[in-house]
Write a protein that binds this ligand. Sequence first.
Ligand SMILES: NC(=O)C1=CN([C@@H]2O[C@H](COP(=O)(O)OP(=O)(O)OC[C@H]3O[C@@H](n4cnc5c(N)ncnc54)[C@H](O)[C@@H]3O)[C@@H](O)[C@H]2O)C=CC1
Ligand SMILES: CCCCCC(=O)O
Length: 484
Amino acid sequence: MEAMKETVEESLREMRETFASGRTRSLKWRKAQIGAIYEMVKDNEDKICNALFQDLGKHSTEAFRDELGVVLRTATVAINCLDKWAVPKHSKLPLLFYPAKGKVISEPYGTVLVLSSWNFPISLSLDPLIGAIAAGNTVLLKSSELSPNASAFLAKTIPAYLDTKAIKVIEGGPDVATILLQHQWDKIFFTGSPKIGRIIMAAAAQHLTPVTLELGGKCPTIVDHHTISKNIKSVVKRIAGGKWGSCNGQACISVDYVLIEKSFAPTLIDMLKPTIKSFFGENPKESGCLSRIANKHHVQRLSRLLSDPRVQASIVYGGSIDEDKLYVEPTILLDPPLDSEIMNEEIFGPILPIITVRDIQESIGIINTKPKPLAIYAFTNDENLKTRILSETSSGSVTFNDVMIQYMCDALPFGGVGESGIGRYHGKYSFDCFSHEKAIMEGSLGMDLEARYPPWNNFKLTFIRLAFREAYFKLILLMLGLKR
Ligand SMILES: NC(=O)C1=CN([C@@H]2O[C@H](COP(=O)(O)OP(=O)(O)OC[C@H]3O[C@@H](n4cnc5c(N)ncnc54)[C@H](O)[C@@H]3O)[C@@H](O)[C@H]2O)C=CC1
Ligand SMILES: CCCCCC(=O)O
């Protein structure tokens, strides 16, 4: 660890020197670096897909949809929009200070730390990296030890494409992260669990470092079957895809549990079963399209969630586990107890609890008994229910009549609220996430209003009262010929 400490100190010193040189402030430099990330992903598609397969058994199609394609689009949007994002924003000032001028400029924070997760190790590393570079920062990236092949690819390949004096990559786990957190950073961007998010925030507090925490939680899916019945096949496929079709439920915005009216349960279960078979065949373990569970610890964690006898009794499909093959069968539960661990911990795996209510309106009350989720999904065409969900619940985002696609829309901010996260990114939100918005004001020496200065008197008070009444003050300036 001593060697690692020296590496970290040397990396930080060099990144700070590079930032101080001003090189990263050049939009040309930023675009060149982001373009290099684009080329790196394009040049190494096979290596990246192989790394994701080695780490997670992730199929190359899923890997391209959720990772490579996401990064390529993020890079393209950043390069195309950076000039616009970086333009100072002029501000309308109170007439009292006329003819002073105001604007806001986006200033890079400086030297930034990015800590990412294992489930989408390429996109969750490179997306924030692109944002940090777009904003003009130097960056150190530490991806997750639980995706060793993807982490090794990033550590080996990024230096071959990017400015190594500005962009550093370190492999390692909690021990390395702990060393990193002992240093002062100008911004920390963390993707991971709320538990570790608290550690990150506590470490950042020592230096008053701003943080973005991309965390997780239990994303509910309401299905109001009365109003979506003519599209029920799409609804069921989207729910199944939102659980088993993206890293096998190991995603922060996966469908965690479903809320439906009791009368609809048999139909939903009967439609989910053939849908799973249509996705993964008769034996999903051999399908090749279903990502593996990350490691034995997570298999044992999922096994523990299922071990509650009351949960065991709620299994209506699946339930088999093969720890050696890091496999948990796509599993459906019907009404596991709301006080069971599986209904109070982020599942982060291929188990789908179906919770039934008498009236779908009761779903809101159940959702509000839990921490604010990263996403809420609701399949409904009932505008009143939509309005209630939007006004009576709080979450990072709400998606009606689909799941997970919000992640791929760079015009929408991606982030949580409460336990599910602090801050947001994607698209321009990434640029803003890694920028300090600095207020600039330029006063005029040409005109000095005595009313600004003592001695105070009623005339000055009247003048100041008027000045806060912008319309009157504008009239006065026009009459005095001081403003056209
Ligand atoms: N909001 C989002 O975009 C996403 C959120 N997540 C959330 O992340 C969690 C799963 O990801 P994991 O990687 O297992 O999370 P994690 O919190 O265990 O690890 C995340 C990162 O923190 C580091 N880390 C672990 N222990 C640490 C410690 N004691 N001190 C400092 N750093 C430490 C890890 O090396 C890794 O780089 C889930 O809760 C999931 O919902 C996952 C992906 C995306
Ligand atoms: C579809 C890609 C989602 C990535 C973020 C997550 O849910 O873990």
